[in-house]
Design a protein around this ligand. Structure first.
Ligand SMILES: Cc1cc2nc3c(=O)[nH]c(=O)nc-3n(C[C@H](O)[C@H](O)[C@H](O)COP(=O)(O)OP(=O)(O)OC[C@H]3O[C@@H](n4cnc5c(N)ncnc54)[C@H](O)[C@@H]3O)c2cc1C
Length: 498
């Protein structure tokens, strides 16, 4: 049989992982990326001497990365050094409560007890109750394709038993009463674009993924990981075309036949899209049925993000700050509603502050800091006057950092950079400029999420945040694993029929 050619659109973690897997399976893979560098949301911004992680900073479930190297007889640890992050996070509320947690209950429990004694037992009960969610939602079903409604029907009784219909917020609230502690153990869906008040309780497992496999940071920043995957793909014989946007997916006789990339027709036996799922169907495929278009435009989409990157001329980081810091504002549920439902930028906010030098001193030029501050904001389905509001928001954010953590922070700023919903929409091609594509609600998960295989165009497959199982590095790596399984099966079927 002739070697089959596969085009992958987009070099996010999902696209890179799919490209590595399929190239390792003997296909000739061409990966087209519209941006000048790989990584998608995980790309690096270079400003002056500084290199900033553009997006993800928390690596969990590293065995999913390990698998990619093992497929080719190589080892992840020879390519990238993953450094353990401890504590995993430091969390602060507006009333002066603090929790610094890691995978060691002996470290976490006394802190929980000091804040609200009954919640110490509650925390242990929460860990026990979330264990079956991890087992079912991640270990057993994480790499299942969910292409047929019957796949969903098969697992529905288990999901009901596990209360997957409840929100993370409600599920955790059964065990943990103190408002701050409840925030500490329900914020995780925000990391994958979920509203903790609406995301299925299944996503409470994210906390357990951290507990079981740890929280890691690649030495040299996320780019070490992205570059290692791109190099792995190249070593296998894969072809990476940077700065080459795909304008259209070619369809012939109901089958994906290739793409038009930078004006050139590229034939292929199959196409794997790592572009945003909604954008793939609304823009790249002309043949998308109207009912699918309607469904996609009526779905619930994740929030967007404003991220400010600062290069600071100082070698000192205040003792209060860890690598991953989450600072909750005075409101929690209502602020979430402002972001997801009312779609306004409120006066108050919660933020995530990334200080990588705490784990990896090489994350910034010697004697300096390269950090970022992230604030969840509504997506572009809103009527916000973005430039004015984001400028005002940045001032409030800087004032809070100076008042609570880092006196004189502004004085140290040497370089700065910002991304916002327009970056996600225009640079990354994401529908509504979301940070994470479709929201992870129960009715937008598994079979209800855009499938990894197109139901109406043969030979078209989807990987990445907007498809099953969802956003986050582990989710998109799993989507690539699922896509590999289906592509290989389908290509064997094509050969059998030939
Ligand atoms: C600020 C931020 C922080 C995050 N933090 C974490 C974290 O700490 N841990 C974690 O696990 N997850 C985190 N996430 C989520 C995680 O980063 C993403 O879910 C994941 O990286 C998305 O990968 P993806 O495969 O969907 O591809 P994406 O990263 O979305 O990449 C898609 C790629 O496709 C390209 N593309 C699109 N259209 C075309 C086209 N027509 N032609 C060619 N190329 C195209 C885009 O340019 C892009 O490079 C974070 C996300 C953000 C935004």
């Amino acid at each position: 049989m002739r070697q089959k050619r596969i085009v992958v659109i987009g070099s996010g973690f999902g696209g890179l992982a799919a490209a590595v897997r399929l190239q390792a399976r003997g296909f000739q893979v061409d990966l087209f990326e519209r941006l000048p560098e790989p990584g998608g949301r995980a790309r690096t911004f270079h400003v002056g001497d500084y290199a900033f992680d553009g997006g993800p900073t928390v690596v969990t479930a590293p065995f999913l990365l390990e698998e990619l190297f093992q497929l080719t007889g190589k080892r992840l640890d020879r390519a990238v050094e993953l450094l353990p992050v401890d504590p995993f996070y430091k969390l602060f509320d507006a009333r002066g409560n603090t929790l610094s947690y890691n995978g060691d209950p002996a470290h976490v429990l006394p802190q929980v007890e000091a804040i609200h004694p009954p919640d110490a037992d509650g925390y242990l009960a929460f860990l026990r109750a979330a264990e079956p969610l991890l087992q079912k939602g991640f270990i057993e079903l994480g790499a299942e394709p969910f292409l047929r409604l019957s796949d969903m029907a098969r697992v529905a009784p288990d999901l009901a038993k596990l209360r997957a219909y409840e929100s993370v917020y409600r599920f955790v609230g059964r065990y943990i009463q103190h408002p701050f502690l409840r925030q500490c153990f329900t914020f995780h869906p925000l990391f994958i674009g979920g509203n903790p008040l609406k995301a299925s309780a299944i996503y409470a497992m994210i906390h357990l993924i951290e507990q079981r496999w740890g929280v890691w940071y690649p030495r040299g920043g996320m780019r070490s990981l992205v570059d290692a995957l791109a190099a792995l793909f190249g070593d296998l014989g894969g072809r990476l075309h940077l700065g080459t946007p795909v304008d259209r997916i070619l369809v012939s006789g109901g089958r994906a036949a290739g793409v038009v990339a930078a004006g050139e027709r590229i034939p292929a036996d199959a196409v794997v899209s790592n572009a945003d799922a909604a954008t793939t169907y609304l823009k790249l495929v002309e043949q998308t049925p109207p009912r699918v278009r309607r469904h996609l435009t009526r779905s619930h989409y994740s929030m967007s993000l404003a991220v400010w990157y600062y290069g600071l001329a100082t070698d000192q980081v205040p003792d209060a700050l860890a690598h991953h810091n989450i600072v909750f504002g005075p409101r929690y549920e209502d602020l979430i509603r402002d972001i997801f439902e009312r779609k306004v930028i409120a006066d108050d906010f919660s933020l995530y502050l990334h200080v990588p030098s705490r784990t990896d001193p090489s994350a910034a030029p010697p004697g300096k800091q390269a950090l970022y501050v992230l604030v969840p904001v509504p997506n572009l389905a809103s009527t916000i006057s973005w430039d004015d509001e984001l400028q005002r928001l940045e001032e409030r954010v800087l004032s809070l950092i100076e008042a609570r953590f880092w006196p004189g922070f502004r004085r140290f700023i040497e370089v700065r950079h910002r991304i916002d919903p327009f970056y996600f929409a225009h640079d990354l091609g994401t529908y509504l400029g979301t940070g994470f594509s479709l929201e992870p609600r129960l009715m937008q998960s598994a079979w209800f999420r855009p499938h990894n295989k197109s139901p109406f165009i043969r030979g078209l497959y989807l990987v990445g945040a907007g498809t099953h199982p969802g956003a986050g590095i582990p989710g998109v790596l799993l989507s690539a694993k699922i896509a590999e399984k289906i592509v290989v099966r389908d290509m064997e079927e094509v050969d059998r029929r030939a």
